[in-house]
Ligand binder design. Structure first.
Ligand code: NAD
Ligand code: UD1
Length: 341
């Protein structure tokens, strides 16, 4: 199949491109490099052992998307192209609603005009909101989100489900990611956040490599076994494999389906720090600080549906996640910039 990856130069898109190509599919990447760089595409091609077609374009640019769909007979789109920083979304809600909703509408319109039959969407556990009990299961209703980023995911799921209801020829797969971490085992591609990392694992890795002095753990008075928050961390290559299954599933089904992609096992912030120290043989200095606004004490996935329907299950362990993150970080201390500058 020919799969178009909107936002495919980013963290999850780059790993998915490699796994899709390893499974025998062809990919096209469309990215405006607002949060990534062309070097990632070079490395995808290196890992896949064959060239990758990439277009520098804004997914909101309908004329550009129509031209790409007219030049290539795309079987499926994966929509990764979103802004994703929770704190920034609170400060810049209009930018988040414009980019995330508009990319989705533009893709759906261009797909309809060019007869592209299926789309896989990067959603998030954040759509379960604050009300649902964990483990989260797909049959639960959407909850209320604590920030504009989360609301864009909730709204985009609704838009995609409505589009599938109205068009019997359209297949929509909504993938709700839990907490993706890790990197390709080669250390050639990985997560490369711009500026100060918002998320736990890239921050831990930057402390270990000496780019940051210490980690602040946001709260140690939660009602969890060690007082720090617990999350369902999933290796990004397992997540990428979930996309391969989703693309293949979408080719033979119509309508909308939603799947959790998580491991079903939570780890605490302290467990992550200690596992990282063990696997990197570096010490990670930390101090406890106040809770971060909007954080939930703990949540994790019920991942049974993906196992039963897609035949997908996360295989990699927390040690794999830490070891591979460290390999990427230690080989690329400044991210992709270390080789290209
Ligand atoms: P990322 O920022 O690394 O990748 C997103 C890519 O989209 C980037 O390469 C960026 O340049 C591109 N992009 C953004 N807007 C664009 C536009 N208008 N036109 C063209 N390209 C555009 O993020 P990621 O971690 O790979 O996440 C991918 C998707 O998964 C996002 O939609 C994100 O919200 C979602 N998600 C991520 C996580 C996570 O923890 N990383 C968790 C849940 C959901
Ligand atoms: C966050 C987003 C969520 C998004 C997800 C993946 C919030 C409230 N939620 O989830 O919408 O889908 O990222 O991109 O931001 N932590 C520290 N110190 C740090 C960084 C994090 O202690 O420097 C703690 C956090 O308090 C949290 C845990 O580590 O308890 C995980 O944080 P993070 O990696 O940001 O993920 P989430 O908060 O689960």
């Amino acid at each position: 199949m020919l799969v178009l990856l909107a936002g495919g130069a980013g963290y999850i898109g780059s790993h998915t491109a490699v796994e899709l190509m390893a499974a025998g599919h062809d990919v096209i990447i469309v990215d405006n490099y607002s949060n990534s760089c062309p070097e990632a595409v070079e490395r995808i091609a290196e890992l896949a052992g064959r060239p990758v077609q990439a277009y520098e374009a804004d997914v909101k640019d309908k004329a550009a998307m129509l031209a790409i769909f007219q030049q290539n007979k795309v079987d499926c789109v994966i929509h990764f192209a979103g802004l994703k920083a929770v704190g920034e979304s609170v400060r810049k809600p209009l930018e988040y609603y414009r980019n995330n909703i508009d990319t989705t509408l533009t893709l759906l319109e261009a797909m309809r005009e060019c007869g592209v039959p299926s789309i896989v969407f990067s959603s998030s556990a954040t759509v379960y909101g604050e009300e649902n009990p964990y483990p989260y299961i797909e049959t639960m209703p959407h909850g209320s989100c604590s920030n504009p980023y989360g609301w864009t995911k909730s709204m985009m799921e609704q838009i995609l489900e409505d589009a599938a209801k109205a068009d019997p020829g359209l297949s929509v797969v909504l993938l709700r990611y839990f907490n993706p971490i890790g990197a390709h085992a080669s250390g050639r591609i990985g997560e490369d956040p711009q500026g100060v990392p918002n998320n736990l694992m890239p921050y831990v890795a930057q402390v270990a490599v000496g780019r940051r002095d210490h980690l602040t753990i946001f709260g140690n008075d939660y009602p969890t076994p060690d007082g720090t928050c617990r999350r369902d961390h999933i290796h990004v290559v397992d997540l990428a494999d979930g996309h391969v299954k989703a693309v293949e599933y979408a080719a033979s089904h119509k309508g909308a389906e939603v799947f959790n992609l998580g491991t079903g096992t939570p780890y605490s912030v302290l467990e992550i720090v200690h596992a990282f120290e063990r696997n990197s043989e570096k010490s990670v200095k930390f101090e406890f600080g106040p809770r971060r606004e909007g954080d939930l004490a703990e949540f994790w996935a019920n991942a049974d549906k993906a196992a039963a329907v897609l035949g997908w299950k996360a295989e990699r362990t927390l040690d794999d996640m830490c070891r591979d993150t460290w390999k990427w970080q230690s080989m690329n201390p400044q991210g992709y910039r270390s080789e290209s500058e």
